[in-house]
Write a protein of this length. Sequence first.
Length: 269
Amino acid sequence: MPVIASRHNPFVQRCRALARRRDATSGEILLDGVHLLADALAAGVPIAAAAATRALWERDEGRAIRRSLERAGSRVFDATTAVIEAASPVRAPAGVVAIAQWAPLSLPEVFGAAPALAVCAAGVQDPGNLGAVIRAADAAGATACIAAAGSADPLGWKALRGAMGSAFRVPLVAGADVFTACAEARARGIRVLAAAPGRGRSVFDVDLTGPILFLLGGEGAGLPASVLDLADETLTIPMRAPVESLNVAVAAGVMLFEARRQRHAGLAS
């Protein structure tokens, strides 16, 4: 196995560049950690190259990942701990980093599922929060997750770690205009429902069994009035005082799972 011993190796430098700012035009993403790499492989994500310490490659999970990488034709490197620490963007690297090719989908592609259960994050700037929204969407069986323009990059390394593999399983759109997303949804008969603390009807009193696009705002400010005006209806999650709002990923989970509950109840009846 080729060995990377220098922090100046092109692979290491490319990892560092992707950690600073992903080049969306290249389609390259940075993966850090055994489980994220394993999830990417399971989803059929093409891995261009991966490097790990000898100790990781010799573990059972490391050997299994290496075999999968070699079968897929990926370049596989042995690296020193110092090299992995240089290539990884996290403080305590898990021992493996990889560069993969993965691109988000378009709005028409993700709105084709029926009945749609999609969520649009508008202005969610914290990549960890955005990753958690994507993970909630995956857990609830959502048909799409849209990171609208103004939100964090859903394929940046922090968001990918927050999503814990869900970004490879949920149909994902990045950088879409929220107004265009709402118009596209409505043209396909999908109701647009906006979440706003303390406003609108309780999410538990609304029929969520049909095609739906949930709009969720960013940290603090929430959805602006111009986006709220796009919605067919505004919903809120009832909360005990004095709590006024929830983390955006928690709110996404509550609303998506209520939609899932209603849909499953309808199938059972």
